[in-house]
Design a protein around this ligand. Sequence first.
Ligand code: CP
Length: 305
Amino acid sequence: MARHFLTGNELSAPELEALLARAVQLKDDPLSSRALAGKSVALVFQRPSTRTRVSFEVGVHELGGLPVVLRPDELQLSRGESPKDTSLVLSRHVAAMGLRTGSHALVEELAAHASVPVFNMLTAEHHPCQPLADLMTMRERFGPLAGLKLAYVGDGNNVARSLAVLGTMAGVDVAVASPAPYALERDSVPLSPEATGRLTLHEDPREAAAGAHVLYTDVWVSMGDEETAAERRELLAPYRVDEALLEVADPDAIVLHCLPAHPGEEISEELLYGERQRIWDEAENRRHAQKALLELLVGTATLSP
Ligand code: CP
């Protein structure tokens, strides 16, 4: 039976730890693995992407495989072919398939009918590939993750939810601060039974940021949220990650952002390009972490802690 990666909680805690360690090895020696030699991976993008697209496409190539990037207008899915039939056909040609789309139900439907691994490259509800790179970046800076605190400040969106799932699985205490209309709902977070970190939800950004080792934010208006853009910018204005908020964090705290950024909105320009950020390492680490994920999903890796 194929292994899928749809919310992140499909991993065990030891697998996550081993995956992050493997990602570091792959960063040190990017062409050392031929795990996808002779194999192809479908990458279906129904929404725009810079980091996810490039990191997966280059990552599959570095693993010796062929990335098959597909946009919506290139698939019969856009002309009414069912997700089931699309999944059955792609399964006959590729070793794994990734999907970026709005509907989480669509990625679940593809997975339900796939005989190869399906991985989520972003849905409106989850973005589990992102925290793999975030946790790798934290590991590079701090070493062991257990006991660290990450404060996510801003829209309680797909990135916040995935950080909650995978961060707590890695033993990180995840504090999410958002205004009430855009708060992350605890019941919407499929926490792993193996999670050892705590998830706390806050309205006060300073309360969440207190003592944090990582301050994290994302855009205030995500793809699909354009209709509420004005209200979001007003309600989220007090949630900007800036020097004042960094003051209440741990003295060694770093700043992360999944990108793309809107400097002056959710993050100050000084922090985005300053000495305390690890944002550009984080963007690079998408490729290394996802290569480790592909090794695991396609089945050539035996990850153990
Ligand atoms: N962080 C992220 O997923 O970036 P892209 O939307 O550019 O892929």
